[in-house]
Design a protein around this ligand. Sequence first.
Ligand SMILES: [Zn+2]
Length: 260
Amino acid sequence: MEWYYAEADRKMGPVGEDELKRLLAEGMVGGGTMVWRQGMSAWAELGTVLPDLASSAPAAPGAATAGITCSQCGRRFPPGEVIKLSGTWVCAACKPIFVQRLKEGAALPGIAQYAGFWIRFAAKIIDGMILAVPNFVVMALTAILTGTVMKAAGMADAVTAVVAVLVNWTFQLGLPVVYNTFFVGRFAATPGKMACGLQVILPGGGKVSYARAFGRCFAEWVSGFTLGIGYIIAGFDREKRALHDHICGTRVAKKQRAAG
Ligand SMILES: [Zn+2]
């Protein structure tokens, strides 16, 4: 028997009865989840269509005694009475409001609001303007140094030109790496992202380590090498991931205001 089930406003499946059992055990579906199979005139709650299956669901690991906390009301429920929506637990009572607010794009506790292409683009421009200042200073300094000091030392023009270019390249490539690694590793956001209210996070909302922030700099080069396509795909991804977010397992989310 092939079943379909609803998650938020998406139709999932088809899944067999065994798979449905597994989803129940994991709490991905609950007694209140709307389900449908061929031959049914309308969608109905899993608990009414398959009461035996719903009640026989083994408890999710570790949840047997503790229960699962609804992310919205904070009350604890047995695993069969909560469902996972967009990666967070919601009880039957909170589900309609939760789904409604999810559709409206409202900020919900426990749900990251991923940042789209344009706001990230704006953050990039701000970072670019900040980095332009030291880049300009270094360019000016190397121009002066190569023009005066190296010439005075009797170096050939071609050599001084190469040295100047190498110094500038190294600086212009290295500075964003230092800048991104430090700010993302320390504050989860570069000044540009901070100004736009954005954060780089892990899928579960956790903090990005310095090592991951460092790796992400080079992954971002890959996004750049693809003529910007790596950035543009963020506009089409379900979790608004750019190519370098895919590579590094990161997300860029709107910063949530602390509750209360
Ligand atoms: Zn609740």
